[in-house]
Design a protein around this ligand. Structure first.
Ligand code: GDP
Ligand code: MG
Length: 450
């Protein structure tokens, strides 16, 4: 996992908030210290850490708690919101809106430019039409071969000329051919440091290429030093964004991400491994949610959309709100859950659910179990389905005979039903507004958990 340590420390801190009996100023101060410690360990700049923690503290102590939120929920939400703002706030997606759209990569030696060129090409394969890459790095021997090989892997055309030493000439040579493509990715040479020579070279290339996006590629392991680099490159070739690579291999990524966010060059992508697919669009909100174990709500809703229709969702949430949750609903929800994947994984995606202790039985919805439930329900009367509390004693024996399922398993089903109903009540006491919203989109979840 990216920034695993930072995530763990922050999660532990939030759990303390969630578990606190009483959230007073003293506890808030303690939590702020822990957040500071976690960020400093991730190589975030000291001044940035203090600015951020002061902001969180001020809001937590002074802000009026919005209706429908508890003090704890409010505090957790502040931490989440401020961290997301800290890492850049809104995401910065690249829109391919002309032909050819040109993305030029710049950066120092070994930062990951060439690898990232292929990752980008692969990323846009599903979103843009024809894609080409061109190698303008005349410095590193075999730079062209490296890109050519990557191009083969992903079936993307690669231009270049090993014999030519002038990048401008190479670009001119292929310029006409490149106009056939929708997206052109331009790889360039680096140096050990941002020298005058590199600046001059990039300026020359920049002039002739006139790229729509100039992206600086930075390795995460330089931590907060990323700020200096981002500013220097921004000043010399007006970079439009940053790609932070090798995020998976360092604890310093928090430093690199936050450092870039204070420059005028937002982080647009992150590299999280050596393989072509180890690459993500950077979206601070989603990133922070995952980091905090609060879940990426959008990702969850995407999944939920596939699992159930709006109409089903609407019906279900009404029922749950009215407390009319019955056995058939439980069955429907279990089935919806199954479509979404392993429950434990889905749980991680829901805000606040990551920390929830789920009864183990709820976590394994096995194929066979659902089938048995179907048999049990087929042997129930309509009344029993609507009011499962009726099912006891002789009724259980009757259903067992009818369904061929042992009475023990029928009792289990009733137990599970009661648990779900109980959890539902728990949520009703909590933040209803958010839960309602979430539930509308995914009643399967809602019913399962409350
Ligand atoms: P360039 O000199 O800037 O073109 O850098 P390269 O693309 O040649 O990459 C340098 C090294 O970093 C290679 O070994 C890559 O496999 C590796 N690399 C690039 N991106 C990542 C990443 O996100 N994670 C990891 N672990 N390695 C990466
Ligand atoms: Mg290279």
């Amino acid at each position: 996992m990216v920034l695993e340590k930072l995530g763990e420390s922050l999660k532990a801190t939030l759990e303390k908030i969630a578990n606190a009996v009483f959230l007073d100023d003293k506890l808030i101060n303690e939590l702020i210290k822990e957040i500071q410690r976690a960020l400093l360990q991730s190589d975030v700049n000291v001044k940035l850490v203090f600015d951020l923690s002061n902001k969180i503290k001020k809001r937590a102590l002074e802000e009026e708690i919005p209706k429908g939120l508890t003090k704890k929920e409010h505090a957790i939400n502040i931490v989440y919101e401020e961290l997301a703002i800290f890492l850049g706030g809104v995401g910065h997606k690249i829109e391919i809106n002309k032909k050819p759209f040109k993305i030029m990569l710049v950066g120092l030696f070994g930062s990951g430019k060439t690898t990232t060129a292929a990752k980008l090409a692969n990323f846009f394969k599903k979103r843009a039409g024809r894609i080409a890459m061109i190698q303008l790095d005349m410095w590193r021997p075999a730079a062209f071969k490296q890109l050519e090989q990557l191009g083969k892997q992903i079936n993307v055309t690669v231009f270049g000329d090993e014999k030519e030493k002038d990048p401008v000439k190479i670009y001119k040579k292929f310029e006409k051919e490149l106009t056939d493509f929708d997206l052109v990715i331009i790889d360039t040479a680096g140096r050990d440091a941002l020298s005058d020579e590199l600046i001059e070279e990039l300026n020359k290339i920049n002039k002739i290429v006139n790229a729509d996006e100039r992206l600086l590629v930075i390795s995460a392991d330089i931590g907060q030093a990323a700020e200096k680099q981002a500013i220097a490159f921004h000043d010399t070739c007006n970079v439009t964004g940053v790609i932070v690579t090798k995020m998976e291999g360092t604890a310093k990524g928090g430093g690199a991400l936050s450092a870039c966010s204070v420059t005028k060059a937002p982080v647009k992508f992150i590299g999280i491994g050596e393989k072509i697919n180890d690459f993500e669009e950077f979206n601070p909100k989603g990133f922070v949610s995952r980091l905090l174990g609060m879940g990426d709500i959008e990702a969850l809703l995407e999944k939920a959309k596939d699992a159930i229709t709006e109409e089903e969702a609407g019906d279900m949430s009404k029922k749950i709100l009215k407390g009319e949750f019955n056995l058939l609903d439980l069955y429907d929800q279990m089935q919806a859950m199954k479509k979404m994947g392993p429950l434990s994984k889905v749980m991680e995606l829901i805000p606040g659910m990551g920390q929830l202790k789920m009864p183990k039985e709820l976590l394994d919805v096995q194929e066979g179990k659902l089938e048995k439930w179907r048999y049990i329900m087929d042997s129930c009367t309509k009344k029993e389905l609507e009011d499962p509390e009726l099912i006891s004693g002789e009724r259980i024996d009757r259903i067992a005979r009818g369904s061929g399922v042992p009475s023990k398993e029928i009792r289990e089903l009733i137990k599970q039903y009661r648990q779900s109903k109980k959890m539902m009540k728990m949520f009703k006491g909590g933040n209803m507004k958010n839960m309602e919203k979430l539930m509308k989109r995914m009643p399967g979840m809602k019913g399962m958990m409350g």
